[in-house]
Design a protein around this ligand. Structure first.
Ligand SMILES: Nc1ncnc2c1ncn2[C@@H]1O[C@H](COP(=O)(O)OP(=O)(O)OP(=O)(O)O)[C@@H](O)[C@H]1O
Ligand SMILES: CC(C)(CO)[C@@H](O)C(=O)[O-]
Ligand code: BAL
Length: 322
């Protein structure tokens, strides 16, 4: 594995690889580092599917709000390098902020609609920063495939929309959320949690698990389900809900509160952001509604849905679309 901090060197290395093996499939795994098993699963998937893989580790200031954790975001590049090497990465690209933004960028990639709700609403400007840096990474690496985790389901929807709208020649691969044994979704930010907060944070995955049977209840409406989800999270005394919503995926459009969910078919997402102390955690789950009867998507189905996804059109039948 080669470590590289310069854009010029990255381009040279990739040009050499393409010259040696013109048909090589290039994989890109964009991260902010402080790697864990969730990231490792993305790298392994890239290693399985591609011939030459780039991992980027860059804490992107553009996607952090003024009162967010840019300065204190956990960093450990030596540990990251060891994990990357073990998981089949060929180039570890770890540029400085100066290298990525030598001058203040006057060009930004703004993705609308799909950013209106969830993290897009609670972190204004966040997805402009994500869209901009991911476009830069796509231009630098020109990957065949790029790997993103469904823990950040809205990010996946945003990147897929951007790739579609701008005809970026890359295939986005959705990767399943990796969880701790107790169900907590792995996140670099989990290190901020103290023991009590960590224990209570299991309420998030428990709620997503319980939601399946709530969805199956006859007459359950979007509004009632949302309330049930909120009440379940609030059983943890330290939990402070930022948002908890039930939406259509991947358009992230809303479903009327009085809509009976048993009548719908299509993909629904339950997504929330919850604070434990100053640490904000996100989690979500997709459900496939088949006009009655709920089905939780597994990895293969997430992929199938992705290749069939019909952008610009409502993803669910029998609901009011906004
Ligand atoms: N538990 C996980 N399972 C699968 N993919 C994940 C998981 N956590 C993060 N990823 C994915 O890894 C990529 C890089 O994410 P990032 O570096 O922000 O990690 P993170 O642990 O989610 O950190 P953060 O605390 O900032 O959310 C993203 O595509 C993200 O969705
Ligand atoms: C995709 C990403 C690396 C862009 O900075 C970041 O948003 C992340 O880690 O999910
Ligand atoms: N994983 C999303 C990156 C962020 O929280 O800024």
């Amino acid at each position: 594995m080669i470590r590289c901090t310069s854009i010029t060197e990255l381009r040279q290395l990739l040009a050499e690889q393409r010259k040696q093996s013109p048909d090589s499939r290039i994989g890109l795994v964009p991260t902010m580092g402080f790697l864990h098993e969730g990231h490792a699963s993305l790298m392994r998937r890239a290693d399985e599917e591609c011939d030459f893989n780039v991992l980027s580790v860059f804490v992107n200031p553009l996607q952090f709000g003024p009162n967010e954790d840019f300065e204190r975001y956990p960093r450990d590049i030596e540990r990251d390098a060891a994990i990357a090497e073990k998981n089949g990465i060929d180039i570890l690209f770890m540029p400085s902020v100066q290298e990525m933004y030598p001058t203040k960028p006057l060009t930004k990639v703004l993705i609308s609609d799909v950013t209106d709700r969830l993290c897009g609403a609670s972190r204004p400007g966040h997805f402009d920063g994500v869209g901009t840096v991911v476009s830069k990474l796509f231009n630098l690496v020109q990957p065949t495939k790029a790997y993103f985790g469904m823990k950040d389901a809205q990010q996946v929807a945003v990147i897929e929309q951007m790739v579609h709208d701008l005809n970026i020649p890359v295939q986005i691969v959705r990767c399943e959320t990796v969880r701790e044994a107790n169900g907590l979704a792995m996140s670099s930010r989990n290190v901020y949690l103290n023991e009590e907060q960590r224990e209570q944070a299991v309420v998030l995955s428990q709620t997503l698990r319980d939601a399946q049977s709530w969805l199956e209840e006859t007459g359950m409406t979007t509004g009632e389900l949302t309330k049930r989800i909120q009440a379940s999270i609030e059983k943890a005394p330290l939990a402070v809900i930022d948002y908890a919503e039930v939406l259509i995926y991947p358009s992230l459009s809303i479903i009327e509160p009085h809509q009976q969910l048993s009548q719908l078919s299509g993909t629904l997402i339950i997504a929330f952001a919850v604070k434990f102390g100053s640490t904000r955690l996100i989690d979500n789950r997709l459900f496939e509604l088949q006009g009655g009867g709920v089905h939780v998507q597994n990895d293969d189905e997430i992929e199938a849905a992705q290749s069939n996804s019909n952008r610009g059109e409502p993803q669910l039948c029998g609901q009011h679309h906004h």
